[in-house]
Design a protein around this ligand. Structure first.
Ligand SMILES: Cc1ncc(COP(=O)(O)O)c(C=O)c1O
Length: 405
């Protein structure tokens, strides 16, 4: 089936966080509620990481059919559910997962919370690679732990890992866990086999457990290949927790279901015990299970098309910036649907940049600094939207950038 991603869908009044409630970690203060969709001159939300697209038709159909059944009692995952996950990762990523390794959780961020609480003591250190997905900071702080950044090295918008720094920080006896973001949100890198191996080797040799957040693993642009952390090496897999979900891939984040893959039985047992003790084990909804399974079984065709669309949006964004606003540059997009744009040449401070984007242009990005101070002067733009929306945002931005001159 051919999907139409050009169609602008009015998400207003659906409870969409992105459109109906703006609270994106900004200091700009309250912004009028976004209720007019694109009809008025309200702000255009390009922040939180969901897509403005309808999910694959098999997902919509499966959920509708389940809703029509009409009985929504307590629900468990069945063989067919687990098989759909195992098949997907085998087929798409050449990663063999056993059913026992899969733990369902109500989302990736909650799963990270469980991991920190299970394996860290207050005062322990947790490594992250800033600029990085900001809820990592929150979960570390909730565990009473210290955030230590093995900051990525940026060169003209291209980011690499700093292995020397990682070596020093992983050697600290207080360093307990390293959170890898793979692919990396917000800078769009898909880590190579060599990078993953070096990262894994340093962490494992120093007794630092790795949590690899692979929620964006299916959103890979042509020419790049994602390697699951679980396939980098047996001993590395045995020292890891890998977080996955259908949510980013198929735009079903509101179904709140993630699959946490833990190969090592000791780690798995402790993790599950924590979930049982805190009452979150087993809290599955029929819609989460049905939507996830239908995604993995029937969403491949949609995914191929959406990736083409996102790549085309990225190419368009890049060439329009070069043509109309050459002082702004975008990092290469290897994976995710999140473009990382460098505004530093405008010479604005945080308040000035927020005023330009959010208040004057009325384009709501995620401010770069919320991913860590290293993101200062950048904005993260969600480009999983119709081309018309992207163009409208570019028009508004161009007008305000030119007005600065
Ligand atoms: C790297 C990363 N991890 C986790 C999440 C959110 O996961 P969940 O909604 O399952 O808690 C996101 C959402 O943007 C993300 O980018």
């Amino acid at each position: 089936m051919k999907y139409d991603f050009d169609r602008v869908i009015d998400r207003a009044n659906t409870g969409a966080v992105k459109w109906d409630r703006f609270n994106g970690g900004s200091n700009a203060g309250p912004i009028d509620p976004i209720t007019a969709g694109l009809k008025g001159d309200g702000p255009i939300p390009m922040w939180v990481a969901d897509m403005d697209f309808v999910s694959p038709q098999p997902v919509v159909d499966a959920l509708a059919e389940r809703a029509t059944h009409g009985v929504f009692g307590y629900t468990v995952a069945d063989d067919s559910y687990y098989d759909s996950i195992i098949d997907w990762f085998q087929r798409r990523h050449n990663w063999t997962i056993e059913r026992d390794w899969i733990i369902t959780a109500p989302g990736v961020v909650p799963a990270l919370e469980f991991a920190i609480k299970t394996f860290c003591e207050p005062g322990d250190k947790v490594l992250v690679q800033r600029p990085v997905y900001y809820p990592f900071f929150r979960v570390i702080e909730h565990g009473g732990c210290e955030i230590v950044s093995n900051t990525l090295v940026e060169n003209a918008g291209v980011y690499e890992m700093d292995f020397e720094d990682l070596e020093a920080k992983a050697a600290d006896p207080k360093a307990r866990i390293a959170i890898l973001c793979s692919p990396h949100n917000p800078i769009g890198r898909v880590w190579t086999q060599d990078e993953l191996r070096r990262f894994a080797e340093i962490c494992t040799r120093n007794g630092v457990m790795v949590i690899s957040d692979e929620i964006h693993c299916d959103l890979i642009m042509p020419g790049h290949r994602f390697q699951p952390y679980g396939t980098v090496g047996e001993e590395f897999a045995d020292n890891s927790i890998i977080t996955t979900a259908a949510s980013k891939t198929f735009n079903v984040a509101g179904l709140h279901l993630s699959n946490i893959i833990i190969k090592n039985p000791d780690i798995r047992e402790k993790y599950q015990e924590y979930m049982v003790q805190t009452g979150v084990a087993g809290g599955l909804t029929p819609f989460g299970l049905i939507g996830t399974e239908a995604s993995y079984r029937g969403g491949e065709d949609w995914l191929a098309q959406v990736l083409d669309y996102i790549q085309a949006n990225y190419d368009h964004l890049k060439s329009e910036l070069a043509r109309r606003m050459p002082s702004l540059t975008v990092s290469p997009l290897e994976g995710t649907f999140l473009a990382w744009i460098d505004f530093r040449k405008l010479g604005l401070d945080r308040a000035g940049l927020e005023d330009l984007a959010q208040v004057r242009a009325k384009v709501l990005f995620d401010e770069g600094y919320i991913f860590g101070d290293e993101g200062d002067g950048f904005e993260r733009m969600n480009i999983a939207c119709s081309r018309a929306v992207l163009d409208l945002a570019l028009d508004r931005l161009e007008k305000e950038v030119k007005a600065l001159a």
